[in-house]
Design a binder for this molecule. Sequence first.
Ligand code: ZN
Length: 231
Amino acid sequence: MTPQPMTTRPTTDRSQRTIIDLSHPLSAATQAFPGDPPVAITIFDSTSTASTAGERHLNCSHLAMSLHCGTHMDAPFHFFGDGLTIDRVLLEHTMGPTVHLRLPWTTDGLTIEPRHLAAYESQLRSARRVVLNTAWHHRWGADNYFTEHPLITGAAGQLLVDWGVVLVGVDTPSVDRPPFEAHLALLGNGVLIVENLTNLDAIPGDLFELIATPLKIAGRDGSPVRALAIV
Ligand SMILES: [Zn+2]
């Protein structure tokens, strides 16, 4: 019997949920962080090679990449040798209610400070997860994507920690640049970071269910995630 081609799964189901994909595709064309090795996908077997009675050829690929390429999660171990590794992060922190905060960047740049967050304190304390939509994801592929992106200050990062936030997602390649004050405040307090989110404008409201669960890579610093908004 000839196998039927896989159909694309619908994005809605009987419970009227809509699943919005917040992830960039991963391919050899995916931009890596400057200095990181590029994504390499090597095809080591293919159904385009004729199968014989004794040997069936399958589509099999080998993936090599930085764990910080594309849409991914940083574990505390990324910055702290004694920090939690990606296989040990609390799964309940990687999914759940999430505030969608729209803070669009301007040509003057954008540095997210405590004053940008103040009005959302109660929502952030309640949801404990936040995705910052700076609209920088529209710059994906641009020359300055990795160099001029919006930043979170250390003080803003610390405020999120103080409010009990457990996950911070951004549509930029990093929450900050050296000296990494936001990374240090967040990861230093066990807050997970998701970077390179995209498609955030498809989220209709200010609150959604996020799923951004990492691979169980033993003892390491991060992982690609398939980030989803359930609305
Ligand atoms: Zn990272």
